[in-house]
Design a protein around this ligand. Structure first.
Ligand code: ZN
Ligand code: ZN
Length: 362
């Protein structure tokens, strides 16, 4: 089983830090190592954690998840807490003689982390955030297949929606159609769908409104499926009856900026370098200040995960990472264009896994 290999790697990294155990709280990390899928209802309501020790794997959760945990977390010792996690930890830490313990602080509230640490003053706590995420950023073959499958379904839904989109439809109607498609064909959306028309499309993270779509204006559709635990993410900008002259130009620039990045990105370059391929081009065209987000992000069990393809990230890209390449130009009050594809990073380039369809050729 894949998860055994992953746990082995994690354990090596824990041993290298001199830890006797680690509490893995991140829902995506829990799934990655154990196969147990449960979403947290927020940072104040966790559905459990893994306790990985030098030679044992525990899944600690509450009664609501018992049946699911036993079914999904194969090879894990499932322990149910009735009166909170701390009581159970007290027993386990004693039995297992844990003295140095890692904890993922980036998924639980400050209050909760403080309360857990405070309950065990003799234990030396070590912050673990980022370790599981680094492992997850490089995908194995099976994961890449799942992302591909998720994207295939995403494209089927997009194709269907595209055939139904008409002038006068509202952004909400359109996003509801997408949601319905993603629920029917996949396990639902991987993030809240963005449908942004006309001036609304100048907001990179717009929320669908009652605004009705008009002809010639940009409509940004950013959508993704979740399938078998894995996400997809794609953006296309469409114009009913074609764009006007200004947006034709903007569209061409975004398309060329994306093409550059696709041609230049490969393993071994830094994430910030990757970001610069599109950014420098858009800047050369005098529109740099209208591209105000980073070029892309990793996609996997989480919709946004490592690596961030941003100006600030000096880490190198590795073969096997799955990233998005999504430049955009957003003109305040007028509208925007964004084009987003997913790609697998390889030693000598990238393999784009999103369909080449739905780009305008002028
Ligand atoms: Zn997207
Ligand atoms: Zn994205």
């Amino acid at each position: 089983m894949m998860s055994e290999k992953r746990i082995k790697r994690l354990r090596r990294s824990l041993l290298a830090r001199g830890l006797d155990g680690a509490l893995i709280f991140g829902p995506e990390n829990r799934f990655y190592f154990s196969g147990f899928w449960a979403e947290d209802l927020g940072c104040t309501e966790s559905s459990g954690c893994l306790l990985i020790t030098r030679d044992e794997n525990f899944l600690l959760t509450d009664g609501r998840y018992e049946e699911q945990a036993r079914r999904e977390a194969k090879g894990f010792n499932v322990q149910i807490y009735k009166r909170g996690l701390k009581g159970l930890l007290k027993r386990l830490f004693g039995e297992l003689e844990i003295k140095r313990c890692g904890l993922e602080g980036n998924y639980i509230s400050y209050f909760r982390a403080k309360s857990i640490k405070g309950a065990f003053p003799k234990i030396k706590w070590v912050e673990l955030s980022g370790i599981s995420e680094r492992m997850r950023s490089v995908k194995d073959k099976e994961e890449i297949e799942r992302i591909r499958a998720s994207q295939r379904v995403n494209e089927e839904v997009f194709e269907e929606v595209l055939s139904k989109i008409r002038v006068g439809m509202s952004e909400k109607e359109l996003s509801f159609m997408i949601l319905k498609g993603l629920m029917e064909r996949a396990d639902g959306p991987s993030f809240p769908t963005i449908v942004a028309s006309g001036p609304n499309s100048s907001l990179p993270h717009a929320v669908p409104t009652d605004r009705r779509i008009r002809k010639h204006e940009p409509v940004i559709i950013d959508m993704g499926a979740r399938l078998h635990g894995y996400c997809s993410d794609m953006t296309r900008t469409v114009f009913l009856e074609g764009p006007d002259k200004e947006f034709k130009k903007i569209y061409e620039i975004v398309k060329d900026a994306q093409k550059r990045a696709k041609e230049m990105i490969r393993a071994g370059i830094t994430a910030r370098k990757a970001d610069s391929f599109s950014r420098d081009y858009i800047t050369e065209k005098g529109l740099g200040k209208y591209f105000m987000h980073s070029l892309g992000h990793g996609v996997g069990i989480a919709i946004h995960e490592a690596p961030a393809l941003s100006k600030r990230n000096r880490k190198k890209l590795k073969a096997g990472m799955v990233i998005t390449i999504e430049p955009g130009i957003y003109l305040p009050g007028k509208g925007g264009v964004r084009l987003e594809d997913m790609a697998v990073v390889k030693e000598d380039g990238v393999e784009v896994i999103t369909s080449k369809k739905w780009f305008y050729e002028f």
